[in-house]
Design a protein around this ligand. Structure first.
Ligand code: DC
Length: 225
């Protein structure tokens, strides 16, 4: 692949976007950026500093003293929050809900979007999130919007949790996904939304391999067009 593209992958939680994006990045030898991890890190920081999200002054001070770094690796990126590896911690369920709450706040988004644009400015990047194709990189070379029905998504999360030794009732996972879908889609700033020029991919009946190859073929065809 000659040019270094910016590839945007958006969609709701557990739609398969991160798994696909990671595999695509490997195939293309691109950098993979999980922007959800950045909002999760902000959520964790607010918890550690005991910040009331309605207290904008304290929140601003927190953001001014928050540094998020990504250590790239083919084996999986590491998220470093103020020098500390928080890669596993930010996946825990208390942070999942908090990340969706903190992501509604404009000053938080402004800081994260700035960081994301800086990382992606030279291309060769696959970024996944909610607003990559609409706000962060509206001129991305390729945009995909990945969806799957909520039952399939809940089952995927349940299996992931099970593999980590956690037994969470599937109904609870489903409820949390529905809550987050609403919270992320109905917010005023940069809501979860398919960009007009994004390609819709329903992964409900696809394996990970199928969805990765499907997107990979579209990029290859686009490149040769
Ligand atoms: O992709 P994820 O589930 O790790 O994201 C966690 C939360 O972060 C999600 O509920 C909404 C928010 N988010 C966002 O608002 N914008 C993004 N680009 C990525 C995530």
């Amino acid at each position: 692949m000659n040019r270094k593209y910016v590839i945007a992958i958006d969609g709701p939680g557990a739609s398969g976007k991160s798994t696909t994006a990671k595999l695509l990045a490997k195939k293309l030898k691109y950098i993979y950026i999980d922007t959800g991890a950045m909002y999760r890190a902000c959520g964790l920081r607010s918890l550690e500093m005991n910040i009331d999200l309605n207290n904008r002054k304290k929140l601003k001070n927190m953001l001014d003293h928050t540094e998020i770094q990504i250590k790239y690796s083919q084996a999986g990126n590491k998220i470093i929050l103020n020098g500390k590896d928080v890669t596993s911690r930010i996946r825990e369920s208390d942070i999942t809900k908090l990340s969706s709450k903190i992501a509604r706040i404009e000053m938080v988004r402004t800081k994260m979007v700035e960081l994301q644009r800086d990382i992606g400015k030279n291309g060769g990047v696959i970024m996944d999130g909610r607003d990559i194709g609409t706000v962060v990189f509206p001129d991305a070379d390729f945009k995909f919007f990945i969806i799957a029905d909520v039952k399939t998504r809940a089952l995927r999360r349940w299996k992931e949790a099970k593999e980590k030794g956690e037994d969470i009732p599937i109904k609870d996972i489903e409820k949390e996904l529905i809550w987050r879908d609403r919270n992320d889609s109905l917010r005023e700033i940069s809501p979860l939304k398919q960009a007009d020029d994004a390609i819709l991919v329903d992964t409900g009946n696809m394996t990970i391999e199928e969805q990765t190859n499907y997107i990979f073929d579209i990029i290859k065809r686009g490149e040769n067009a």
